[in-house]
Design a protein around this ligand. Sequence first.
Ligand SMILES: *[C@@H]1O[C@H](CO)[C@@H](O)[C@H](O)[C@H]1NC(C)=O
Ligand SMILES: *[C@@H]1O[C@H](CO)[C@@H](O)[C@H](O)[C@H]1NC(C)=O
Ligand SMILES: [Zn+2]
Length: 496
Amino acid sequence: MLPLKDKDKPMVQMLLLAGCCARCILRFCCVSVHAAYRQPPQNTLKQLQAFISDTENSKSQDSAVPEPPEDPPSKRAKLEPGVTDAVLERDDEAAAPRVCVVCLGILQDMCGTSQAVKVSEAVKAENYEFDTVVLSVSLPAQLCVREHSCWLHVKKEVREKGLVLDKDDVIQVKEAFKWIMQGLVAKELGGIAVVTKVGNIHDEKKNILVFTRMAVVKALEKIPDFKFLKHYPCPPAQPTSSCSPQDVRCLHGSVFVAGRYNKFCRSLPQTPWVIDGERRMESSVEELIAAPLLAAFRADGFNFSSSGREDVDVRTLGNGRPFAMELLNPHRSRFNRAEMKQLQETINKSSDKIRVRDLQIVTRQAMSRMKEGEEEKTKSYTALIWTQKPIQREDITFIDDIKDLTVDQKTPLRVLHRRALAVRPRVIHSMNARFLDPHHFYLGLKTQAGTYIKEFVHGDFGRTKPNLCQLLKTDTDILELDVESVDVDWPPAIPE
Ligand SMILES: *[C@@H]1O[C@H](CO)[C@@H](O)[C@H](O)[C@H]1NC(C)=O
Ligand SMILES: *[C@@H]1O[C@H](CO)[C@@H](O)[C@H](O)[C@H]1NC(C)=O
Ligand SMILES: [Zn+2]
């Protein structure tokens, strides 16, 4: 039986008359026993009717609303998905209003096995790998206004009877919804843990005054009762139609994959290179890495980030450059070490332009380690240098002896369109030169991260000072550049 007391009788009576559904009546009676909400609402309704009538009356009422034996509602429900509870309600139309004046049918049609099946079917259809589900429901802001009106309606009565009822004691629609649906969805999904979050619909239509739930709640807190009653019927008016559920959308939280990449090609940008809406290179590092990951994780999209970046014509050798990839809405999310290695091999084999190593699943938090202290890190490069004047033995030893040289770099002309103009001091920790022929040598550099190597070599019209031209007292230019190492100790190395 319902956990109601005699003092609740007038309230139940009033709410029934006002057109509240059985579950909303329980809410206003502050019933917090979950089972009372979980039972079929038509049973609750009958119990409520029995509760407010005399024993004889309740008997006659029971016989007045017989269950049609040859046409069980559950069978009809299966034949007509979406109209399940509405069909049930029609049977006791005389006794119950079609759509609840307070919850707009959310605790009627939208809250039951058929809806739980709909949700779980949508989840199953996506074929996700998952351990828990967050059931996130948005309710229309209008509910707050109806709730307030109904509250004012019962308040009069409650106060007259000298009873105490605080608005905060009324069980909220979202609570009742959670109590009913959470278990049903969990059951449909085979016992998976379900957490429910009930929010509110954000009306995104343009040129329409949008009331967020918070704005409505704030307004309702401020408005004096008499003013509210002047503008809004109390109890709330019978709605012409019930609230209809929108699509069920499924989303899996992002999975983050990290690793290090090598780039062996001098015509591959790191990210798609688009100028004036036109694509310049057919591929990019991020796309080459992403394609096999998207397929394996069955993800909808990705978000790539890395520890710095190299120019399109620069190779990245050595241990490679740390990167992390956020995979959006992945349908598969569990990979063991062997499977990750397999995936790494797939990426390696997919193109000879790039390779990856240390591929692993990481947390969102761990990803921030990649960007941490990026400025202080060192990077090593090898550059192929051309000199106008023939190279002398002294030039080689001169270069080899330079240690911790600070250069001031004005923002390079070639990046000025996307970077603020500034002078940045950068440290070149050490250099070494390897003679190739009288006009060419290989220059090895170990520098502070963020040093513009090309500008250091050719001087960028004197914007980088000192530069290699000044140091060697001749014109120099850079013909090729390779990144030899990016000294960021993340992600952790994976032993082969
Ligand atoms: C991609 O990552 C950035 C930075 O973390 C974030 O601001 C952005 O919202 C992400 N994009 C998507 C589609 O998740
Ligand atoms: C992929 O290539 C990298 C770089 O050459 C190498 O270290 C790694 O072992 C390769 N992994 C697989 C599984 O092929
Ligand atoms: Zn209701």
